[in-house]
Design a protein around this ligand. Structure first.
Ligand SMILES: [Zn+2]
Length: 459
């Protein structure tokens, strides 16, 4: 029987902190207590370290075909980079083409995920609507353990849904007890501005940001909120980037609408001056929504602190500058959207959130692990350190300087949007499914060891 004992660490959960030993047996937490009197195959002394529940990133796009390219990290390299950064579970998006069967797309994604090294689940994107889609949504919820569906309110003429389709999704979610998530940006406004800038000769990456103003995000968050309100269903805003959508979230919640919010490190830590980098380097930051002007991040931090934003994911969807982002050198509209972040998320939130006193250590655990597990139906198997939970534990060293760089990261992409940023502290040892998978800066992962996580919501 495989056993592991972690001694003298300080357990941090979203609610509590206490110094304790943790005993792991067959991939699960079997005992927690002071001076546990058990024998184990391996004993790790974690004195002076925090024990955090393994991170959960509920927003990834591994091996994702988008804008004529495929994202650079597949399920193996993406989940491995996650482990190196203390993230031990992910939820990725199945994105069917318009008119494609949801279940057929799901089979494609299941095949892609076969080599995952860490546990994974799926959200299902709904990019069109019909009776068939409605039936397949039911199969997703009842048979596949996929109770969360995403609508894109941006990407006109590609995967955007219109109001009627969105409303139908929300109605279906009421019947199914499912959660509708949305990429909130108004696709009509964006399409118009893209066309205008391009015909005026604006081809560089900066026009990506200029054509996606924050009010377009606010508009679409508001529209979704009022639709959800009229039906009495919950809604979840993915990757919130700005003041306007934060205001919609906060006001909607104050009015009793069941809203959840997610943001990502890039929106908390960067500002739109990144697009001014010369030699097309601004393309590395082309993602949607774009990085916002200074000031928006403070609204997001405030909403995390007050519990209005519950989740920090990454929207991990990297494309190489060479050979992929380059597709849009002459036309910003053709730059594949997305960047990497799964490995950096915890370190960045610890360094720039906890150590700079924007959030507490417990809030860090809440937004990176506990809340996502609860919202998406994985708790208490995931998201906490408790007897019976999966043994996904990060032994976190509170001190130790680092620098983020594409030269050293585990992401399979040639750039980092956090290049040169200093970090403090980080994972010393990462245990996933009861096994040490990262230690002394080195990965020891098994392709295919990741397990599928069916999820069931208690709504
Ligand atoms: Zn995304």
């Amino acid at each position: 029987m495989s056993t592991l004992l972690i001694k003298n660490g300080e357990i941090i959960t979203a609610m509590d902190r206490c110094r304790s030993d943790v005993y792991i047996q067959e991939g699960r937490i079997a005992a927690i207590g002071t001076d546990l009197d058990v024998s184990a195959e391996r004993v790790i002394d974690a004195a002076g370290h925090y024990l955090l529940p393994g991170g959960i990133d509920v927003h990834t796009h591994f091996d994702m075909p988008f804008m004529g390219e495929v994202s650079a990290d597949d399920f193996e390299s993406g989940t491995a980079a996650g482990i190196a950064g203390g993230t031990t579970s992910i939820i990725d998006y199945v994105v069917p083409a318009k008119e494609q069967s949801l279940l057929e797309a799901l089979e494609t994604w299941k095949a892609k995920a076969k080599n995952a090294v860490a546990d994974y689940g799926f959200h299902m994107a709904v990019t069109w609507y019909s009776d068939q889609v409605a039936r397949e949504m039911q199969v997703c919820v009842e048979e596949e353990g996929i109770p969360s569906f995403k609508a894109f309110l941006a990407y006109k003429d590609a995967i955007m849904v219109n109001d009627e389709e969105l409303f139908s999704m929300l109605k279906a979610s009421r019947e199914l007890g499912a959660l509708i998530m949305a990429h909130c940006e108004n696709g009509e406004i964006i399409s118009e501005l893209q066309e205008k800038f391009f015909t005026e000769g604006g081809t560089e990456p900066v026009y990506h940001a200029l054509s996606r103003p924050s009010y377009a995000e606010g508009e679409s968050a508001f529209r979704l909120t009022q639709m959800a309100r009229s039906l009495g269903v919950p809604a979840y805003f993915v990757h919130m980037s700005c003041r306007e959508s934060t205001k919609v979230l906060v006001e909607g919640r104050a009015e009793g609408i069941d809203l959840y919010g997610e943001t990502c490190p890039q929106y908390l830590l960067l500002d739109d001056t990144v697009y001014e980098q010369p030699d097309f380097r601004g393309a590395a930051y082309v993602m949607s929504p774009p990085i916002r002007p200074k000031g928006h991040a403070e609204a997001l931090w405030g909403a995390i602190r007050s519990g209005q934003i519950q989740v920090v994911g990454t929207d991990h969807c990297p494309f190489n500058l060479k050979g992929q982002k380059e597709m849009g050198r002459e036309d910003f509209r053709k730059i594949p959207n997305g960047a990497a972040g799964i490995e950096d998320r915890l370190k960045l939130l610890y360094t720039y959130g906890v150590l700079q006193k924007r959030i507490t250590l417990q809030q860090l655990v809440a937004v990176t692990s506990t809340n996502p597990a609860q919202i998406f139906g994985m708790y208490p198997r995931k998201g906490t350190i408790a007897i019976g939970s999966d043994a996904d534990i990060v032994i976190w060293q509170p001190k130790g300087e680092g620098t983020i760089s594409a030269e050293t990261h585990f992401h399979k992409v040639d750039t980092s949007i956090f290049e040169g940023m200093k970090t403090e502290g980080g994972p010393a040892v990462v245990i996933a499914a009861g096994r040490v998978q990262f230690e002394n800066g080195k990965l020891d992962v098994e392709p295919g060891a990741g397990r599928y996580l069916p999820r069931w919501l208690n709504t």
